[in-house]
Design a protein around this ligand. Structure first.
Ligand code: FAD
Length: 462
């Protein structure tokens, strides 16, 4: 066991992954989860969950699951209930539940200046490098109690897809405006004239729900998209060409040809032609939406210009009347409990080494702040292993940890784009190429792990 104390915020896939990696490295930590159980947004009963009843994985089971814990399912793209069970089983298998305080929301992290009254499970040194964690505990009767603890380090795993990104539109809309974060069930669409704004993965899933329940469905888009089928050549499409990443330009050329052959040209269905290449934005893993367009079940509309009572005017001069506007406009990163300077916010996201380490090495560590096509939970677990390797090195081999910090602060950071030129959108500001990212994480992890584990020290292994 290390002499230092650590906290983990969140018991979703990322929080569980880091708790497991710390456990394997013999590092103790206390987890804080605002909801009542593990699973993060895959637990539809978690008040912060942005899941909806029809949601399934869009990456396939085998490319998404934790390598050491295969899913007990034969289904290629399981639904959210199966995934909630998976995280329950994962937590039970490794005894991770006991490490979390449930019903405990972290409200504030403050630098420890040495004069706090934190009661703390923390055995930290109080040298001014730690964090004071303020939380609210909600008991079963709904009563709230304040909690203050001190930790040497805090790992943030509070998720990236919970805080709605809500754009402002000119004019007033007389009907209902709802962000997809509040969409749970197709009954919310029943019998209504629905306009969905945004054709990302959630927008397209919900458009397909709406086809079966709403009176009419329109989908307003600002740009073109690439639609990837769930299956290609009879196999989950993301399982093809695994482990042998092609150079960006070649992959883009081959895959856009394959997509043209399988799904045709989305422009035929009314989508604008993408003004970017495939994989320069997150692809849409949904071809049902194209089938429904082909059947005339929904219509593509241009970008919204303004609202006027129950009419929405579009930029191409057309207009339509609606009862419900559903904003499928994505999410914004949000770490409301810690001042932005501590996370080195730069533009729309914190700028962190490998999306994990603030360059000031202030004792905060980020988990799960990655978007990438196909990174899966194993990719997040590898981040967790890197954090564990760094914390283990800090404890057992401070010189090696110092060399890591030195590399981070004095050398240029690895290119995580894989040669793709990502669109300059807020949601792409922390996007990485999975192969480039995992390679960089593994390289650093191997460098950190090498001599931090002297033979026979017994530090590693759960
Ligand atoms: C509809 C949908 C489909 C998706 N499909 C895929 C897919 O196919 N493949 C894939 O890899 N990813 C997919 N994702 C992405 C998804 O974000 C990840 O799979 C994964 O859930 C991220 O895990 P996380 O632990 O980082 O965040 P979350 O799952 O969001 O968990 C964060 C946890 O932190 C807790 N928390 C937040 N704030 C606090 C606080 N202040 N104090 C205490 N606790 C707090 C929350 O209650 C939550 O339990 C999908 C997302 C959605 C919405």
């Amino acid at each position: 066991m290390t002499t230092k104390s650590y906290a983990v915020i969140g018991a979703g896939p990322s929080g569980l992954a880091v708790m497991r990696a710390l456990q394997k490295a013999g590092i103790d930590a206390t987890g804080y989860e605002a909801s009542h159980d593990v699973g993060g947004l895959w637990d539809i009963t978690n008040p912060r969950s942005t899941m909806y009843s029809s949601a399934h994985l869009i990456s396939s089971r085998t490319t998404t699951e934790f390598t050491e814990f295969p899913m007990d399912s034969d289904v290629d793209y399981p639904g959210h209930r199966v995934l909630k069970r998976y995280f329950d089983d994962y937590a039970d298998e490794f005894g991770l539940r006991d490490r979390f305080r449930f019903g405990t929301r972290v409200d504030r992290l403050e630098r420890d200046n040495g004069d706090s009254n934190a009661t703390g499970t923390g055995t930290g040194t109080g040298t001014g490098t730690g964090w004071i964690l303020h939380a609210t505990v909600q008991d079963e009767d709904g009563a709230h109690t304040a909690l203050v603890e001190r930790y040497d380090g805090v790992i943030l795993a509070n998720g990236t897809l919970a805080e709605p990104n809500v754009p402002a539109f000119p004019g007033e809309f007389a009907g209902e405006i709802m962000h997809t974060s509040a969409y749970k069930d197709p009954a919310q669409l029943a019998g209504r004239r629905v306009l969905i704004i945004g054709a990302g993965n959630s927008g397209c899933d919900i458009a397909v729900d709406a086809v079966h329940h709403a009176e009419s469905v329109d989908l307003s888009v600002r740009r073109g998209y690439y639609f990837v089928p769930r299956y290609l050549f009879g196999r989950p499409s993301d399982t093809l060409n695994q482990g042998r990443p092609l150079p960006a330009r070649i992959k883009q050329a081959i895959d856009s040809r394959v997509l043209r052959a399988f799904t045709g040209d989305p422009v035929r269905f009314g989508f604008p032609r993408p003004d970017y290449r495939i994989y320069e934005s997150h692809p849409i893993v949904n071809t049902l939406v194209l089938n429904h367009l082909g059947q005339g079940d929904l219509r593509i509309r241009a970008d919204v210009e303004r609202f006027d009572h129950d009419t929405v005017h579009f930029r191409d001069g057309t207009a339509g009347d609606y009862d419900l506007v559903l904003l499928a406009t994505g999410y914004a990163l949000d770490y409301p409990f810690v001042d932005r300077e501590h996370l080195n916010w730069t533009g729309a996201s914190p700028r962190l080494f490998l999306n994990v380490f603030p360059p000031s090495f202030n004792g905060l560590y980020m988990m799960g702040m990655i978007e990438a096509s196909g990174i899966g939970w194993q990719g997040r677990y590898e981040q967790a292993e890197l954090i564990a390797a760094y914390l283990a090195a800090e404890d057992a081999d401070p010189a090696r940890a110092a060399r890591f910090r030195d590399r981070v602060t004095t050398q240029s950071w690895p290119d995580l784009t894989g040669g793709y030129r990502y669109l300059g959108l807020a949601r792409m500001s922390y996007y990485v190429n999975k192969d480039a990212y995992r390679r960089a994480v593994r390289t650093e992890q191997a460098a950190l792990a090498e001599t931090t584990t002297p033979a026979g020290s017994g530090r590693r292994g759960a």
